[in-house]
Design a binder for this molecule. Structure first.
Ligand SMILES: [Zn+2]
Length: 144
């Protein structure tokens, strides 16, 4: 009986220690960022297609619709998601698209406290927040 309890306590202590050890590690902003894949952009006539759009959204761990809404607003053009590709009704270079996606990640993905991309969107009442799974920080997400 004693042995079991003792082990549980030790286990808890170990986890606490680990937590403290992690918390004391110096966090440099920009560390542990994921490798941002470049958007694969194709311009045909007056349309711009982001070929790997659903993959990009998956890596950002955000709803593709949310990312597309951001791009429509930022680029001031309408568009559609078709079979994992994003079609924008306008001509945009790959550097413009990639720049916007980086801005999106800055605003909606990276934690502003620790700089890690391990965040999720949580909804409380009607307010959406970006919650960091690494450090626990929360901040409101702008409604777009
Ligand atoms: Zn964080």
């Amino acid at each position: 009986m004693f042995g079991v309890n003792h082990r549980v306590i030790l286990d808890m202590d170990y986890k606490e220690l680990l937590k403290k050890a992690r918390a004391n590690l110096p966090v440099k902003k920009g560390d542990a960022r994921f490798e941002m894949p470049r958007a694969s952009v194709l311009i045909t006539g007056r349309l711009t297609t982001v070929k790997n759009f659903s993959d990009l959204a998956k890596i950002l761990r955000r709803d593709a619709k949310h990312v597309s809404k951001y791009l429509f607003k930022e680029l001031a053009v309408p568009g559609d998601i078709k079979g994992g590709e994003l079609v924008l009704q306008g001509k945009f270079s790959s550097s413009v698209i990639n720049g916007k996606i980086e801005n999106y990640a800055e605003e909606f993905v990276y934690c502003h406290e620790c700089g890690k991309p391990d965040t999720v969107v949580v909804k409380t009442d009607r307010i959406e927040q970006i919650k960091c799974e690494a450090c626990g920080a929360r901040r409101p997400a702008r409604h777009i």
